[in-house]
Write a protein that binds this ligand. Structure first.
Ligand code: NDP
Length: 241
C-alpha cells in the first residue's frame, strides 16, 4: 500500500482486479492516491492498491467494504463504478433473469456503491464519481438489450446526481469505452473482432490505459467544472450518436 499523504485521496475502483478497472487503479496508484479495488473473487488489484472483497449486487457486502475502507483510509473521495458483466442473447431468446442480472450488476450495482459513497462525500463536502458505461449505451448492439439498457441508465444516473449534488461539491461523469482489449473482448471470435475493427475509425481496439486517462482527467482539479458529461473513448466508433 502506498503511504498516505496529505494530498492523497481515497479512491475506490469497483472491479479493479482486472481489465479496465485494473488499468484505472494503476493510474491512481501512480498518482500517489490511496487506491482500493473491489472484486468478487478476491483477486488482487495492481501493486500498491489494497483489495477488498465486495459484490456490487449485495448492499450488505458493499456496506462492509466501505466500512473496511473508511476505517483504514477515511471516506472515499473518488469513486469509479466500473464493475460490469455481459449476458448476451437476442431479444426473443433473452431470459428475464439474464436481463435482470445484468441490470443488477451494471446499473443497480452502480447505484449501491454511489449511494453508499455519498455518505462520505457529505462529510468531506466533495466527491468525484465516474461511471464506466459503453458506446453500446447510445449506439445499441444486437444481442445486448440488457447490457445497452444498463449502460444507457448510467448516463441518467450521472446527470441526476449532477443536479442533486452539484452544489455539494460532487461531480458525476460517464466514460464510454468502445472496444477495449480486455478479457471481455478477447472472448469474441476472430471474425467478429475483425468486423468490429473495420467499423472503428482509428482501426484498432483501445487500450485500457486510454480509458484510465479519461477517468483521471475527470477527477482532476482541472475538471472541477465538468459534471454530467460523457467522454467517449472509442476510436470514433460512436461519432454522431
Ligand atoms: P472484465 O470482465 O475484465 O472485468 C470485470 C470486472 O467487474 C471484474 O473485476 C469483476 O470482478 C467485476 N465484477 C463483475 N461483477 C461484479 C459484481 N457483482 N461485484 C463486484 N465486481 C464485479 O471487464 P472489462 O475490464 O472489460 O470491463 C470493465 C467495465 O468496462 C465494465 O463495466 C464493462 O461493461 C465496461 N466496458 C468494457 C469494454 C471492453 O471493450 N472491454 C467496452 C465498454 C465498456 P471479478 O473478477 O471478481 O469477477
Amino acid at each position: 500500500m502506498t503511504e498516505q499523504t496529505s494530498t492523497a485521496r481515497t479512491v475506490l475502483v469497483t472491479g479493479g482486479n482486472r481489465g479496465i478497472g485494473r488499468a484505472i487503479a494503476e493510474a491512481f496508484v501512480a498518482a500517489g492516491d490511496n487506491v482500493v479495488v473491489t472484486s468478487r473473487s478476491g483477486g488482487d488489484g495492481p501493486d500498491g492498491a489494497h483489495t477488498v472483497r465486495a459484490d456490487v449486487t449485495d448492499s450488505a457486502s458493499v456496506d462492509a467494504a466501505f466500512k473496511e475502507i473508511e476505517a483504514q483510509f477515511g471516506p472515499v473521495e473518488v469513486l469509479v463504478a466500473n464493475a460490469g458483466v455481459t449476458k448476451d442473447a437476442l431479444l426473443v431468446r433473452m431470459k428475464e433473469a439474464d436481463f435482470q442480472d445484468v441490470i443488477d450488476t451494471n446499473l443497480t450495482g452502480a447505484f449501491r456503491v454511489v449511494q453508499r459513497a455519498t455518505k462520505g462525500f457529505m462529510r468531506l463536502k466533495r466527491g468525484r464519481v465516474v461511471f464506466i458505461s459503453s458506446v453500446v449505451g447510445y449506439t445499441g448492439a444486437p444481442g445486448q438489450v440488457n447490457y445497452a439498457s444498463s449502460k444507457a441508465g448510467l448516463v441518467g444516473m450521472a446527470r441526476a446526481i449532477t443536479r442533486e449534488l452539484g452544489s455539494r461539491g460532487v461531480t458525476a461523469n460517464v466514460v464510454a469505452p468502445g472496444y477495449i482489449d480486455t478479457a471481455m473482448t478477447q472472448e469474441l471470435p476472430e471474425e467478429v473482432k475483425e468486423n468490429y475493427r473495420s467499423m472503428i475509425p482509428v482501426n484498432r481496439f483501445g487500450h485500457a490505459s486510454e480509458v484510465a486517462a479519461a477517468v483521471t482527467y475527470l477527477v482532476s482539479e482541472g475538471a472541477a467544472y465538468v459534471s454530467g458529461a460523457i467522454i467517449p473513448v472509442d476510436g470514433g466508433l460512436g461519432v454522431g450518436h
